[in-house]
Write a protein that binds this ligand. Structure first.
Ligand code: AMP
Ligand code: MG
Length: 410
């Protein structure tokens, strides 16, 4: 059986980056830059005032103080949006608002709080040398600077910088289109009352949320009974207009697990079963040219399999630089045991402690124990060949999210 790393490498090899597209910067949140971005001009574009006050010449205002103010003649006023062509000659000042271009001749700004104006004269009451309270052109970004690299996810800060530099539209890779297919005769919608033997379909809800969090877009959601013809029809439909097909259930060795057979009929299987728990019967394949990942149906297996294989695949398609979740080491608070043979993913809660983190298993670890996913911050890796992890030992935790609240200083 393949290890998780081997399987992940194969899965990642099976997919390519999506083609770049041009998207308006205001609509590019969460998308990934497809190219490095170079500044076409400096930022700020022009010298401007960092304060509301008076634009002056540093030569005039350097010697000013509370006790010996410098008197300057007010030659005009300028505000943000003005062209800023009223010059400041020696012995003069121009009233200026934050963001207004610095008038020709001026090289410093006295904050209004350090002045007093009357009868066309302003008294400068604090030393204001050249450069004070001025934002020079190029202070933030010089023309030609690379401001962000291909592979950067565009959040509010990146988007604002791109907007300031006029980078709209911007070249990004779009969200991968994911078709989701859940199998099982036992499934009813979450809004329905299950009859005897039925259960509510929670996997489709989980998968839609997981896909969204990983930056994908669900384009089709199919709830499919365990009938071969129904599974065939659903996969044929799912392959239309999607970049990835994702399924839950039907990949084990039960009499009604048709997914593998159907994939072999419509496409091919490249991998089945990974030495992990939960989530062993993972399938990688392709259906009518579209990459397919099949996860076993147990609700916890969905999460673990998604994190190990699907999220990295979606991130690769999006062109992200980092594909995997961050890992930290934490002190395990309980002793845990298992049989050697498979890598176990132990759901844990993280608590910040004086130096670092503690990891506490979220309770029983069966792949049907959904309550163990509440407030779960990630999974501790319980190595394939290990059988005992003692309380107090250091474990590696793959972090899915961090707890809210304050982290104690270390
Ligand atoms: P399977 O992989 O199809 O054998 O399913 C394994 C277990 O997961 C069974 O107990 C199923 O009832 C359960 N299961 C399968 N699909 C879903 C689903 N969509 N929502 C919740 N549980 C499911
Ligand atoms: Mg099933």
């Amino acid at each position: 059986m393949l290890t998780v790393e081997e399987a992940r490498a194969r899965v990642l090899e099976a997919v390519d980056l999506l083609e770049p597209q041009d998207v308006l910067v205001g609509e590019a949140r969460g998308l990934v830059a497809a190219t490095d971005v170079r500044a076409p001009h400096p930022l700020p574009r022009f010298h401007n005032s960092a304060m509301d006050g008076y634009a002056v010449r540093g030569d005039d205002a350097r010697s000013a103080s509370e006790t010996t103010p410098v008197l300057l003649q007010v030659a005009g006023a300028t505000r943000a949006g003005d062209r800023g062509d009223v010059a400041v000659r020696p012995g003069c000042a121009v009233k200026i608002m934050t963001g207004a271009p610095l008038p020709p001749g001026a090289d410093a700004v006295v904050p209004v709080e350090q002045t007093h104006e009357s009868n066309g004269l302003v008294a400068v009451k604090a030393s204001t040398p050249t450069g004070r309270n001025v934002r020079p052109a190029g202070d933030d970004v010089e023309e030609g600077d690379i401001v962000l690299l291909a592979g950067t996810e565009l959040g509010p800060g990146e988007l604002a910088l791109l907007a300031s530099l006029g980078q709209s539209p911007v070249s990004v890779r779009a969200a991968p289109r994911v078709a989701v297919l859940v199998t099982g005769d036992e499934l009813v919608a979450p809004e329905e009352m299950p009859q005897a033997g039925q259960i509510r379909d929670s996997n489709s809800v989980a998968l839609v949320a997981l896909v969204a969090e990983a930056g994908g877009r669900v384009v089709g959601l199919h709830r499919v009974p365990d009938r071969r013809s129904a599974v065939v029809a659903a996969f044929e439909q799912a392959a239309q207009g999607s970049d990835l097909i994702l399924s839950s259930g039907g990949v084990a060795v039960g009499d009604y697990d048709f997914v593998k057979d159907v994939i072999e009929e419509l496409g091919r299987i490249d991998l089945w079963r990974v030495a992990m728990q939960p989530g062993k019967p993972v399938v990688l394949g392709s259906v009518m040219g579209v990459t397919f990942l099949g996860l076993p149906g147990n609700p916890v297996s969905i999460h673990v399999g998604f994190e190990q294989f699907v999220r990295p695949v979606l991130r690769k398609m999006r062109g992200c630089t980092t594909l995997l979740r961050p890992r930290i080491t934490a002190e395990l608070t309980e002793t845990i045991e298992k049989q050697p043979g498979r890598l176990h993913f132990v759901r844990v809660r993280l608590t910040p402690v004086q130096r670092g983190w503690q990891a506490t298993p979220t309770g029983r670890q069966g792949s049907h124990i959904q309550s163990s996913l509440v407030d779960c911050h990630g999974v501790a890796l319980f190595g394939r060949n290990e059988s005992l992890l003692e309380a107090g030992s250091q474990v590696v935790v793959e972090v899915w999210r961090l707890p809210d609240g304050e982290v104690a200083g270390g």
